[in-house]
Write a protein that binds this ligand. Structure first.
Ligand code: NAD
Length: 500
């Protein structure tokens, strides 16, 4: 594995070029009002990929005005649902056709293995859009048998202009989770992408317009959080806000929404998800799944299985095999075939992860393997495993967001339930057991938005996802996401002739 480090000195040339780097407002690619740009960097080297227009408050104003006009004057919310559905389906077809090009751009900007971009993220993006296109003509209200001679019905109407802010770990999936349901319901959107990964959203949005999306329905503003992001949260003409990112930023977002116009807010925030390996576990399978749950996407997943609780009966065997698995993990240039792990997103995250590794060693956890950068160029980190981790150590409490597995020992079910729930987060949990009673007990006792039993990271378009506690507010994906983007209007009329 370490023999590939030298190869990182000379990154593979990406098989794609950057075509779009401006803001997308009202169907046109435009410069930022200030004329400013910022560099987006290649995480394999820290070198500049492209200079991207840097939107700020003035550009958010322009984008919201375009979205408002597209909503108020149409045609998007006034089209038949079937017409909206056809445009979304044509878009999904176009993305599928351009799968490899989009995947290459995503890998270049984000650093995730090309095979994962091409075979997981883009196909899931396509599936999400087809799923929500399917909903477009199935959104309707109720007829309600109220007291009295009344005709009562509900209309499910789009909210209006949706502001959406996404992170850098899954730039395209986050785009799909947000834009798919918003547009299916007939809203218009202003999306602020993460400053680390602005490129793929611009490319797919261009394809959306080729598929027939009217101008102004989807506006993309690249830029930074405290400027463009905050302006979107505070805007008086934005009706709904959806955010994914850190819990600290989520609090700011909610406060800005409350201080401006009380726009409704959904938040997908951080996590410190337990992965619980029970005493009956097949250790080889448990090791593989626990490894996947933590290391997938360079460990940059909000729901990563970042507290690996292992029953004392299988602890020693598990640890030995988990360490061997981490040592076998292939780290390298994400454009190379067979690579499991590319670089972390940027210098800041790279340093933060190394700092947590240092905390782990200083606080008395045992460093089993890894613990340092990988190679000398770019933001690669060795797959790292800590054992003897105690609940009160920072590495067991904070979101590290990197390839660092922390293994904790437990004795019985009551104890592990209490410890797993002893977190400010409540996003997800993994449970590994073939004992039905154990699985049933854990699935009910864990205070989290998703419990994966003998699986992990199953992100089907139909399954709702979201957090308990400080992991967020609301659910995305599946039917549940639609209500984030709909208003319910009650309509009441007296019946002149109740008999009829
Ligand atoms: P972040 O929450 O600061 O950024 C996420 C998005 O919010 C970005 O688009 C950013 O520009 C925007 N943003 C930042 N400040 C804002 C503000 N004041 N107002 C409005 N929008 C704002 O996350 P980060 O700095 O990229 O990463 C920090 C940590 O967050 C990571 O180490 C990780 O622990 C966590 N994180 C979680 C997720 C997740 O999916 N839950 C994703 C990325 C990062």
């Amino acid at each position: 594995r370490y023999s590939t480090a030298a190869a990182l000195e000379d990154p593979i040339k990406p098989p794609v070029s950057v075509q779009y780097s401006k803001l997308l407002i009202n169907g046109q690619f435009v410069d930022a009002a200030s004329g400013k740009t910022f560099p987006t960097l290649d995480p394999r080297s820290g070198e500049v990929i492209a200079h991207v227009a840097e939107g700020d408050a003035e550009d958010i104003n322009r984008a919201v005005a375009a979205a408002r006009k597209a909503f108020d004057e149409g045609p998007w919310p006034k089209m038949t649902a079937y017409e909206r559905q056809k445009i979304m389906l044509r878009f999904a077809d176009l993305v599928e056709k351009h799968n490899d090009e989009i995947a290459a751009l995503e890998t270049w900007d984000n650093g995730k293995p090309y095979e994962q971009s091409a075979q997981i993220e883009i196909p899931m993006f396509v599936r999400l859009f087809r799923y929500y296109a399917g909903w477009a003509d199935k959104i309707h209200g109720l007829t309600i048998p109220a007291d009295g001679p009344l005709h009562v019905q509900t209309l499910h109407e789009p909210i209006g202009v949706a502001g959406q802010i996404i992170p850098w770990n899954f730039p395209l999936l986050m785009f799909a989770w947000k834009v798919g349901p918003a547009l299916a319901c007939g809203n218009s959107v202003v999306l602020k992408t993460a400053e680390q990964t602005p490129l793929s959203a611009l490319l797919v949005s261009k394809l959306f317009h080729e598929a027939g999306l009217p101008d102004g329905v989807l506006n993309i503003v690249s830029g930074f959080g405290p400027t463009a992001g905050a302006a979107l949260c505070s805007h008086m003409d934005v009706d709904k806000l959806a955010f994914t990112g850190s819990t600290d930023t989520g609090k700011i977002v909610l406060e800005l929404a409350a201080k401006s116009n009380l726009k409704s807010v959904t938040l997908e925030l951080g996590g410190k998800s337990p992965f619980i390996v029970c005493e009956d576990a097949d250790v080889d399978q448990a090791v593989e799944l626990a490894h996947f749950s933590l290391f997938f996407n360079q460990g940059q997943c909000c729901c990563a299985g970042s507290r690996t609780f292992v029953h004392e009966k299988v602890y020693d065997e598990f640890l030995e095999k988990a360490k061997a698995r981490a040592l076998k993990r292939t780290v390298g240039d994400p454009f190379k075939a067979g690579i499991e792990q590319g670089p972390q997103i940027d210098q800041e995250q790279f340093e933060k992860i190394l700092k947590y590794i240092k905390y782990g060693t200083e606080s008395g956890a045992t460093l089993e393997t890894g613990g340092d950068r990988f190679g000398t160029k770019g933001y690669y980190i060795q797959p790292t495993v800590f054992s003897n981790v105690k609940d009160d150590m920072l590495i067991a409490k904070d979101e590290i967001f990197g390839p660092v597995q922390t293994v904790l020992k437990f004795k019985d079910l009551g104890e592990v339930i209490q410890r797993a729930n002893n977190s400010r987060y409540g996003l997800a949990a993994g449970v590994f057991t073939h004992n039905l009673d154990t699985a049933n007990t854990l699935m009910r006792a864990l205070r989290v938005g998703t419990v994966w039993i003998n699986c992990f990271d199953t992100f089907d378009a139909t399954i709702p996802f979201g957090g308990y506690k400080m992991s967020g507010i609301g659910r995305e994906k599946g039917e549940y996401s639609l209500k984030n983007y709909l208003q319910v209007k009650a309509v009441v009329t007296p019946l002149k002739n109740p008999a009829w």
